[in-house]
Design a protein around this ligand. Structure first.
Ligand code: NOJ
Length: 548
């Protein structure tokens, strides 16, 4: 598997995020399931990824697509049985693929038996599993996250006559992590799934685990103390498994989730993501370079996770109000494309279905520091459906073929859990795996190729990263180095041909070779090296030559 049994496997892994419900339906009920995913594991393996991240698979009323967990110990019946899940793990592992699942520690569904019991009376033994208050005046400095649906972080419970705290939907009460029983309960949940053989967790919404008066109730010391305990627990019993933090915060604040290498192994780099789009639209590398320079160093054993899109809206929480306004204007001109502080569209439509731009952003994803996460369907350029509510428009069935229902399920099924994309530009007749697998020049084959190239060069996975200065700001130039291997990466962010002049005298005598295309470039001689890039062109230049 990738780096084999190396405990640091995640440091240069490629992740694939998928929604079981959306991937493949084996029993023709219109909903994807574990057996369906098993059928498609060869596809995932061929893509070249190392690890699958499964969106929540647990029992849930699905009012937040499974992030509203009703029982941490059972699987959603739509997806199959425990045996099916165990078969999935075994089949994935047999192919060298790892699987991480979501772990939701911050909240549960209001249908969870703990909450049902907790709200039953003020004296219920489970009362302290959640955060209750006689008034809705506490923790006023905590912002509201789901701005489009929620007016307060408190909801009044008629049954017991008090308010309960919720950072997300009001049907998702926050657990009270101050309660030692809740702290232990979450460790027990982890142990159950880790014992079954999963390779780690993507830990949901970790900044919000604790509440303290007079703070914004995010990133609190108590939260870090508990998360360190979670890590100790993992290290004692489950070596080689990974913890990935979802903390949508500024780099300085996310830094603390790595601790001294004793908290999370990985954390998403939320702020860099919108800046890739911003830089492209402005044809200026500055937003990317600035945020990367502002990103503190992390412990040697840790790694960032980077992504272009995921199952949520493209969040604009980590940009300035001016940048947000610009992004909304540029990428979400119609109001229905917006949600909360973000944009509910997929990668290909965001980039006008322009193959050059799609390649360019993926190239940045594969060459900037961090382990990339590909969102299912983006590798074939799937579209979205903004007519669907909430974030459902980016969670439509995977498009396997041009058969009815895109080959996601049998043709005789009356309907799928949500409609398959069927518009002229992105519909399944045009955009599907089968057609792209046959076409040597397809986006799918290009993605497979770029992933392969990345894996052949460890510098791209875990090398150092230095941004090179050059007068022309439309070109992003960075250098990745690892174990004597140097790779110079260039991205032309503009629609025009651009040239850059670089000081490469340290590599005098080297003949640069572009890794993806195999083309060679003129040898580096004097002080000044000039390169011309076609519109949106990217180069991964291996600087290998006579020993220096
Ligand atoms: C973060 C998840 O990514 C999102 O989909 C979910 O709605 C919230 N957490 C609340 O659980």
């Amino acid at each position: 598997m990738g780096r084999g049994n190396d405990e640091l496997w995640y440091k240069d892994a490629v992740f694939y995020e998928l929604y079981v419900r959306a991937f493949c339906d084996s029993d023709d009920d219109g909903k994807g399931d574990f057996q369906g995913l098993i059928r498609k594991l060869d596809y995932v393996q061929e893509l070249g990824v190392d690890c699958i991240w499964l969106l929540p698979i647990y029992a849930s009323p699905l009012r937040d697509d499974g992030y509203d967990v009703a029982d941490f110990y059972s699987l959603h019946p739509d997806y199959g049985t425990l045996q099916d899940f165990q078969a999935l793990l075994a089949e994935a592992h047999r192919r060298g693929l790892r699987i991480v699942t979501d772990l939701v520690m911050n909240h549960t569904s209001d249908q969870h038996p703990w909450f049902v019991e907790s709200r039953s009376s003020k004296t219920s033994p489970k009362r302290d599993y959640y955060v209750w208050s006689a008034t809705d005046h506490k923790y006023r400095d905590a912002r509201i996250i789901f701005l489009d649906t929620e007016e307060s972080n408190w909801a009044y419970d008629r049954i017991s006559g008090e308010y309960y705290w919720h950072r997300f939907f009001s049907h998702q009460p926050d657990l009270n992590l101050d309660n030692p029983a809740v702290q232990q309960a979450m460790l027990d949940v982890m142990a159950y799934w880790l014992d079954m053989g999963i390779d780690g967790f993507r830990a949901d919404a970790v900044p919000y685990l604790y509440e303290r008066e007079g703070t914004n109730c995010e990133n609190l010391p108590e939260t870090h103390a508990y998360l360190k305990r979670v890590r100790r627990f993992l290290d004692q019993r489950y070596k080689g498994r990974v913890l990935l933090a979802e903390a949508n915060q500024w780099p300085e604040d996310v830094r603390s989730y790595f601790g001294a290498g004793d908290e999370f192994h990985m954390a998403f780099h939320f702020p860099v993501m919108p800046r890739l789009y911003l830089a492209l639209k402005r044809q200026d590398r500055s937003p990317i370079v600035e945020i990367m320079k502002r990103t503190p160093a992390i412990p040697e054993s840790c790694q960032w996770c980077t992504f272009l899109r995921n199952h949520d809206e493209l969040t604009l929480e980590m940009v300035t109000p001016q940048e947000r306004a610009f992004m909304w204007d540029a990428y979400a001109p119609q109001p229905e494309m917006r949600l909360n502080l973000g944009i509910r569209r997929r990668l290909a439509p965001l980039l006008d279905n322009d193959r050059r731009k799609i390649e360019l952003l993926n190239s940045m994803l594969f060459t900037l520091p961090g382990s990339p996460v590909i969102y299912y369907g983006d590798e074939i350029g799937m579209g979205d459906n903004v007519a669907l509510p909430d974030r459902n428009g980016v969670r439509t069935p995977m498009q396997w073929s041009d058969e009815p229902y895109a080959g996601f399920c049998d043709q005789a099924v009356p309907s799928t859990y949500t409609p398959v994309i069927d518009d002229p530009a992105y519909g399944y007749r045009r955009v599907n795996v089968e057609a792209q697998a046959r076409d040597g020049g397809s986006l799918l084959n290009l993605m497979r190729h770029l992933i392969r190239c990345r894996k052949q060069h460890q510098a791209l996975g875990c090398g150092s990263c230095e941004f090179l200065e050059s007068a022309n700001r439309t070109v992003l130039t960075h250098l990745r180095c690892h174990g004597g291997e140097d790779i110079l990466v260039l991205h032309n962010l503009s629609a025009a041909t651009q040239s850059v002049t670089l000081d490469l005298q340290d590599w005098a005598g080297v003949v640069p070779i572009d890794i993806p295309s195999g083309s060679t470039f003129p040898p580096i001689s004097g002080r000044v090296y000039e390169l011309k890039l076609a519109p949106y062109q990217y180069l991964w230049l291996l600087l290998e030559g006579p020993p220096r």
